[in-house]
Design a protein around this ligand. Structure first.
Ligand code: GRF
Length: 193
């Protein structure tokens, strides 16, 4: 459990690489009076991330880091997070794997959302794999981040029924809709709210 800072919200950074629909839902959540987090920083490894537009819309600081040299750039990110007193990190469609060193710095304070019922379907192309395996259910998972891909302790999951007519694309949409509700719920749980 992360200790809530009382009426003051815990400063949070969201890491993205792409569209940023989870980022948007987290920003909206953070603005609620009873939300435990405030989003102070958006970090991306990709200057073309569509989600970066939310930095402008919601007037949140953004930083883009080139990830070609991981450890060097991670050190820069850690410095940045410390500078802004960030105590909590949400990965939301962030396509890079954070090093052990980075995770150690924020132990138990980094969350990720994955579009499957983990431990099933770790990694990429989840929906395609789920559909080709004729699964009856899929879903999404919010979990703590550890040094192994999509393997940290599960916080919450939401199951989604797959219909006969579902394609990878329709399933992605169904699950994304649930992701936007699950991530805030999982954060509340982590803060024991
Ligand atoms: C989501 O499906 C999330 O579960 C996965 O990457 C996707 C990001 O979507 N990790 P968005 O950028 O939040 O719209």
């Amino acid at each position: 459990m992360v200790q809530s800072t009382g009426p003051k919200k815990t400063k949070c950074a969201v890491f993205i690489s792409g569209r940023g629909s989870n980022l948007k839902s987290l920003i909206e959540f953070s603005k609620k009076k009873n939300s435990p987090i405030s989003i102070e920083l958006i970090i991306s490894d990709n200057s073309k991330s569509k989600g970066l537009k939310y930095a402008k819309i919601f007037k949140i600081r953004k930083k883009i880091f080139n990830y070609r040299n991981n450890s060097f750039n991670e050190k820069k990110i850690i410095r940045e997070l410390n500078y802004y007193n960030i105590k909590f990190v949400c990965l939301a469609g962030f396509m890079k794997i954070l090093s052990k060193e980075f995770i150690k710095n924020f132990k138990g304070k980094i969350l990720n959302i994955h579009p499957s019922l983990l431990p099933k379907y770790k990694g990429l192309n989840t929906h395609h794999r789920v559909i080709s395996n004729n699964e009856k259910y899929s879903g999404c998972t919010v979990h703590f981040v550890n040094s192994r891909l999509d393997s940290g302790k599960i916080i919450l999951q939401k199951k989604v029924k797959i219909s006969k007519t579902d394609t990878a694309n329709s399933l992605k949409k169904k699950i994304l809709f649930q992701e936007h509700k699950l991530y805030p719920k999982a954060i509340r749980k982590v803060f024991n709210l």
